[in-house]
Write a protein that binds this ligand. Sequence first.
Ligand SMILES: C[S@@+](CC[C@H](N)C(=O)[O-])C[C@H]1O[C@@H](n2cnc3c(N)ncnc32)[C@H](O)[C@@H]1O
Length: 305
Amino acid sequence: MKEAQVSMTAIILAYMRGYHAMHDDSKIFDDSLAYRLIPQGWQPLIESSLAEALKLYDPESASSYPDQATALKWVMRLMPSPSMTLSRARYTEDTLDKAVKQGVKQYVILGAGLDTFAFRRPEMLEQLQVFEVDHPVTQAYKRRRLAEVGMEHPAQLHFIPVDFEQESLVASLTRSSYDPQAQSLFSWLGVTYYLPRDSVFATLRDIADVTPAGSTVIFDYLDTDAFVPERAAKRMQVQMESVRQVGEPMITGFDPYTIATDLANLGLRLHENLSPSDIQAHYFQGRTDRYHACEHQHFAWAVVE
Ligand SMILES: C[S@@+](CC[C@H](N)C(=O)[O-])C[C@H]1O[C@@H](n2cnc3c(N)ncnc32)[C@H](O)[C@@H]1O
């Protein structure tokens, strides 16, 4: 992420969740508040640039689309990010629902971006403290925007600004009301691909160190094939080039066959490791609108030993 710049990808992902909530009938994930957090006046710009991106994802037929709304509808289904953000958010909150029933008391959202959980699910806050950990610039923008649109944050939501290039997760949690003795679920969505491999492992090790055995971390990752041009899906290559151009290049993938060993070395047991075809079966099976699981994206659910 460029220094001192609000994460563009966080804003665009929020737009995509909002679009799905507003325009699609059968919901993969219903983020009805996401649109409100997009910067004032940005929606038309995001829409025109996404519609324009259809030329990259489907150059043969892009010119035949009659209007921007139709092009936007099509590109939302073709490009990887909408399916990626919707399915991983759904997977995480489904897992969280089960975890809370089993006694989880804290939900720590790493790289939260414009996540709206604490505002969308007030009933969950009777049992849960929520910690949003994010880059200070992105988090400051979010807090300003929440104030602008009159969304008062609940007492159970705690903001922890941190630049992981400057400070560790453990240090940042230590200066908050986070309780290292309480069972917790950490989510880390849409972030691992942007970080060096060692930084991903350092943060996962921090999670294992700062939470009791039995706590959970959910994260998504790209497999290493995504970074090999001969093996990467075309649409993933297009997406990688687009995020590189906004200053947030994707740089790291993991081998789904060895990640269990990597995690074990950090004090984490891999409980579930969903492949693209698993994700397709869980969240996209039977859909006729062409949303589909993204090649190369995997979901990991690991438990602290
Ligand atoms: C692609 S966005 C994902 C946002 C959200 N999890 C989602 O799925 O919509 C990446 C997030 O990582 C955060 N991030 C990037 N670099 C960071 C850093 N050095 N320290 C802390 N957070 C960082 C950004 O602020 C942003 O919120």
